[in-house]
Design a protein around this ligand. Structure first.
Ligand code: KIV
Ligand code: ZN
Length: 384
């Protein structure tokens, strides 16, 4: 598991993390047992340089990677920041080579090899990425990878830089690269989400023999973002039977904390870690879930640190109300359940969403009436 929230995620438009924000996210990623944290791009700014150095000292489990373009200054900056892994990249697609780099394919190979050799001379473990790999000529791409492996890179990455791959194309390409390189070379996939396929493409890469996945928390990143760490981990575990080593029970906390630091409000329907990921409306679904959660839940919510929510509406019955109250921490008497059910039937046509706040208010009303101390909140709370 290679997390690049602090590098690719930090490239999200409008986001600029400072060093302390980066460190706080890194500490949580380390605690969650993410294998590699890409902490920044030292040549790009002082903040990134300092962040890589500090994060390297703060973490105990994760290894720290730093990004570098395939030029001597960038490699030197990554080495000076004391990263465990120097992540060298250069673009290999015709479009990028011609219009962005203005370099010939031979020049690109030369720069890639020189940069890998320079990074190796610092004793660093080298990761090489062929930017825009999925739009590169496959024969040229394989040549580039073979050249950097001959120069000492034992770890390569196949990025779908503008998210144009499909799962079947990704599977084919990763299979081609896998079969062209020696078995000791570790292969990552790095998928962007421009067509909403980043997670699917990542899983396809793993199916074809990729050893590692590059992801960001909440899928934060450039444009449509990257493959989301929490979705990839859950899918690898529950759909493909892989054990990533990530502490899955931390996923919801990680997602919430990173969203807060980035200042982004997550949509409620965010898979795995969202508010509605395990929420059930009244009716057939609630009935099924109350009998056996497996009817409408693809994984146990607590396995990913989330929780089940029963959303109440005018079709709810006593069982759903009792369940919702228990999930909110009450031990409701049948009298309390009846009280809330009556309130619900009366209010549901008027209010669109019966939130936990409203239910809380009804429970306070119930307790107030019961002890005859309306308004005395302390007494009401004590009565609970
Ligand atoms: O998307 C991309 O190509 C990248 C590389 C730098 C790995 O982020
Ligand atoms: Zn990227």
């Amino acid at each position: 598991m290679f997390d690049t929230t602090l590098r690719d995620g930090d490239q999200m438009p409008g986001i600029e993390l400072d060093a302390s924000e980066k460190i706080s996210i890194a500490i949580l990623l380390d605690e969650a047992r993410v294998d590699i944290i890409e902490a920044g791009f030292p040549a790009s700014s002082r903040i990134d340089y300092e962040s890589v150095r500090s994060i390297k000292r703060e973490v105990s489990y994760s290894r720290v990677a730093a990004l570098a373009r395939a030029n001597p200054d960038d490699v030197d900056a990554a080495a000076a920041a004391e990263a465990d892994i120097i992540h060298v990249f250069i673009a290999t697609s015709d479009t990028h080579m011609r219009y962005k780099l203005r370099m010939s394919p031979e020049e690109v190979i030369r720069s890639a090899v020189d940069a890998v050799e320079r990074a190796r001379s610092y004793g660093a473990y080298v990761l090489f990425s062929a930017e825009d790999a999925t739009r590169s000529d496959p024969a040229f791409l394989v040549r580039v990878y073979k050249s950097v492996v001959a120069a000492g890179a034992k770890y390569i990455n196949i990025p779908d830089t503008v998210g144009t791959a499909t799962p079947w194309r990704m599977e084919w390409l990763v299979g081609l690269v896998r079969s062209s390189l020696p078995g000791y070379v570790s292969i990552d996939v790095h998928c962007h989400n421009d067509f909403g396929l980043a997670v699917a493409n990542t899983l396809a890469g793993v199916r074809a023999g990729a050893d590692g996945v590059q992801v960001t928390v909440n899928g934060f990143g450039e444009r449509g973002g990257n493959a989301a760490l929490e979705e990839v981990v859950a899918a690898l575990h529950f759909l493909m039977g892989y054990r990533t080593g990530v502490r899955m029970e931390m996923l919801t906390k990680l997602s919430g904390m990173v969203a807060e630091v980035f200042g982004v409000k997550m949509p409620p329907n965010k898979p795995v870690t969202g508010l509605n990921a395990f929420a059930h409306e009244a009716g057939i679904h609630v009935h099924g879930v109350l009998k056996n959660p497996a009817t409408y839940e693809p994984m146990p919510p607590e396995a990913v640190g989330n929780r089940r929510r029963i959303v109440l509406g005018r079709h709810s019955g006593r069982a759903a109300v009792a369940y919702a109250l228990k999930a909110m921490g009450y031990e409701p008497s049948s009298e309390a359940v009846d009280f809330v059910l009556e309130k619900l039937k009366e209010a549901a046509p008027r209010i669109k969403k019966v939130s936990e706040d409203i239910i809380e208010k009804w429970m306070m009303e119930y307790y107030s009436r019961k002890i005859g101390a309306a308004g005395d909140v302390k007494t009401v709370i004590a009565a609970r």
